[in-house]
Ligand binder design. Structure first.
Ligand code: GRF
Length: 221
């Protein structure tokens, strides 16, 4: 087996996706090792999840920096200590500067709670309901300078029920994220997945549409 892919995970909050990734690394469904977790918020409970798994946990408070560039430079300095092959944004609620994104181009993934390209940005569940959508879900993409707009890798979808609220959808989509993200990270860790220009290559072939990943959880029926 190849050496595990080294990964740094960036978070801002609860870190339930981080937990799913930690668990998948532990049970070896991803051949990766999390070198560090970094939060921009000192109170992110994901930091506790990291510590419980003996993963170095850092926080770097963006409010202590005069501008985005200086925060991103400091963030990149922490990341560089670990020389990761992959940076995973898992509920990291900061827009990254163009220079940061270019520096880690092709090696940064994000998960977003909508069926991109629909509903980039915030409040995706409310917006999906208000728009009368019948389907919703989550998408993993490579990070580029376009906010939530980089090349799409994979998605999972669900039907919006008549009685769904933003809260019920958020819960169901988050459960799907916990299944989807480790699967995509695993493809990257196996060196099967690359960003090439504006597109994604899987096993040397350009993806013409994102992969559809089926969620088998009971919560999402
Ligand atoms: C997820 O819905 C993710 O898609 C979004 O922020 C949320 C993070 O949740 N970007 P968690 O911190 O992983 O629990």
């Amino acid at each position: 087996m190849e050496a595990p892919t080294s990964v740094v995970v960036l978070i801002s909050g609860s870190g339930s996706n981080l937990q799913a990734i930690i668990d998948a690394c532990k049970n070896q469904s991803i051949n990766a090792s999390i070198s560090a977790v970094i939060s921009n918020r000192p109170d992110a409970s994901g930091l506790e999840r990291a510590k419980k798994s003996n993963i170095p946990a850092h926080y770097i408070d963006h409010t202590e920096f005069p501008d985005r560039e200086s925060f991103d430079t400091a963030l990149a300095e922490i990341i560089d200590q670990y020389q990761p092959e992959l940076i995973i944004l898992a509920g990291f609620m900061r827009i990254l500067s163009a220079s940061f994104i270019r520096r880690f181009s092709g090696q940064t993934l994000n998960i977003h709670p909508s069926l991109l390209p629909k509903f980039p940005g915030l409040n995706t569940h409310t917006r999906a309901i208000d728009a009368g959508e019948t389907q919703h879900g989550c998408t993993v993409h490579f990070v580029t300078e376009a906010l939530d707009g980089g090349p799409l890798i994979a998605y999972s979808e669900l039907n919006i029920n008549i009685d769904d609220t933003a809260e019920s959808l958020a819960k169901r989509v988050l459960t799907m994220e916990h299944n989807l993200y480790p699967k995509v990270i695993s493809l990257f860790a196996e060196k099967r997945l690359y960003m090439k220009g504006d597109s994604v290559e899987l096993d040397g072939e350009r993806l013409t549409s994102p992969l559809k990943i089926i969620e088998h959880s009971r919560d999402n029926k």
